[in-house]
Design a protein around this ligand. Structure first.
Ligand SMILES: [Cu+2]
Length: 474
């Protein structure tokens, strides 16, 4: 489907492992003095994607992405954030079940790290698995702020599920750079979820679309395809790859030419039914852990399935020992992305007691140059529409009445995917779910994290222009 629109495009047990991750407000233990376990310094960096693309941005500890932080499930850590920039910043811990005071989200009341200031806090990491940290500052029309910068990195909380034996562990973040506003970019939408459109309105608002955001260059971690070192492998090895889509704006499909990937976890949480796939679809903010058996000697490209995006840098060369040829790309078979294949009908989850309905809509050009996004008829902020009762299990229905696929994220909670476009599933635990264009996603979650929790689209521009809501506890 071609459209003139750029932006188309065991963990459960750990989560309930008996640690109270919700200290009462005002009773947070003071972080210990002395050296922090982790220090993140926010400061300008240059990223050499390749010889002709050197990007100036803001990063962590002199790099972008920032360092891979490894933490232990349930073992408290102190984090010191030093802000060497001129603007207030927030570090959000995506996928962690931690209190709002340390979640790094203005709307939840987390404190800013002041410009040229510092802030120290303590958090108890969890659940185990692939999480990530990133700026949660608003960008609005400034493409040098928030998720448009290099402020992102992996945080891996050990121990996750046992991935079995592996020979190499890789952390690969997909990224785009040099963002610009555009009205006329053409892009392939991802034909995910079988292209069903159960939420398509009978009449569409045909007002001219507002400006959206495109990118000039792409990378995996800090290198464009063809620059930097290849991933060097040997025949017979098993790779464990942690993927993260760290884009501010784009959902993405990737593949490793010549190979299938076995998906063992989504958003860091082990899936009930690991499956082999030819390609992987990741909304902005989503993660996937895969295992790849290296059985096809050669020199291959791991990268975007879109040629233009791959040619603009989104890829990395995978080189078997003793092989010296031009890196090869082979288009994977076209197949709709389907979360439900990783689920299990055998999973017996608690029945939801209450239902929350949400409807997402776009007002083309609603914010002058840009679009406005509505949740239940209103842009952020809402009144007190979303009030949770502690201990209650909720069913959250997300109806997407817009022509973009939206990666929806609920802070500080894990949800279980139960339906996509009418197809049922169970047992898939996630923190971010792509709701297909004109489609529907349904998730269940237990309200077990008192305090404010932000619910939003992970596309920075959508979030900034209204696409968010605060969930609060009664
Ligand atoms: Cu969105």
């Amino acid at each position: 489907m071609k459209r003139r629109d750029l932006l188309k495009i065991g963990a459960l047990a750990a989560a309930q492992s008996g640690f109270s991750r919700v200290p009462l407000l005002g009773q947070q233990p003071a972080p210990p003095a002395g050296k922090a376990d982790y220090t993140l310094r926010i400061a300008p960096v240059t990223v050499e994607l390749d010889r002709s693309h050197i990007v100036s941005t803001i990063g962590y500890n002199g790099t972008a992405p920032g360092p891979v932080l490894r933490m232990r499930d349930g073992r408290p850590v102190t984090v010191e954030v030093v802000n060497d920039t001129d603007t207030p910043e927030l570090v959000h811990w995506h996928g962690m079940l931690i209190p709002p005071e340390v979640d790094g989200t203005e709307e939840e009341g987390s404190p800013f790290v002041p410009p040229h200031g510092r802030h120290r806090f303590q958090l108890t990491p969890g659940p185990a698995g692939s999480r990530w940290y990133h700026s949660h500052a608003m960008a609005m029309d400034d493409l040098h702020k928030g998720a448009f910068t290099g402020q992102f990195g992996f945080v891996y909380v050990d121990p996750a599920s046992d991935p079995g034996r592996y020979d190499q562990e890789l952390f690969l973040a997909l990224r785009d750079w040099e963002p610009f506003f555009t009205a006329t970019m053409e892009d392939d939408d991802d034909d995910s979820h079988n292209g069903l459109t159960p939420e398509k309105p009978a009449t569409l608002n045909t007002d001219p679309n507002g400006l959206e955001v495109g990118s000039m260059t792409y990378s995996i971690n800090d290198k464009a395809l063809g620059s930097g070192e290849p991933i060097r492998v040997r025949e017979g090895q098993r790779l464990l790859i942690h993927f993260l889509n760290a884009s501010a704006i784009e959902n993405r499909r990737i593949a490793l030419a010549g190979h299938k990937m076995k998906v063992i976890a989504l958003d860091g949480n082990p899936v009930p039914t690991p499956q082999m796939v030819d390609s992987l679809f990741l909304g902005a903010g989503e993660r996937a852990d895969v295992v790849v058996e290296m059985t096809q000697p050669g020199v291959w490209i791991l990268g975007s399935t879109e040629k233009m995006v791959r040619d603009s840098g989104l890829g990395v060369v995978v080189e078997y020992a003793g092989q010296h040829r031009q890196p090869q790309w082979i288009d994977p078979p076209k197949a709709p992305w389907d979360y439900t294949i990783f689920g299990s009908a055998a999973t017996k989850s608690p029945e939801p007691q209450r239902t929350i309905e949400t409807v997402f809509e776009k007002i083309p050009g609603g914010a002058g140059k840009f679009n406005t996004w509505l949740v239940n008829g209103k842009p952020y902020p809402h009144n007190r529409e979303f009030v949770l009762e502690k201990g209650v299990r909720y069913r959250l229905i997300m109806r997407n009445r817009s022509d973009d696929a939206h990666p929806m994220h609920l802070h500080r909670h894990l949800w279980e995917l139960v339906e996509i476009n009418g197809k049922r599933t169970a047992g898939i635990m996630k923190d971010t779910v792509v709701v297909p264009y004109f489609g529907r996603a349904v998730v269940d979650f237990t309200a077990d994290q008192p305090g404010l929790s932000l619910f939003h689209c992970h596309i920075q521009q959508h979030m900034d222009y209204g696409f968010k809501a605060l969930f609060r506890y009664a």
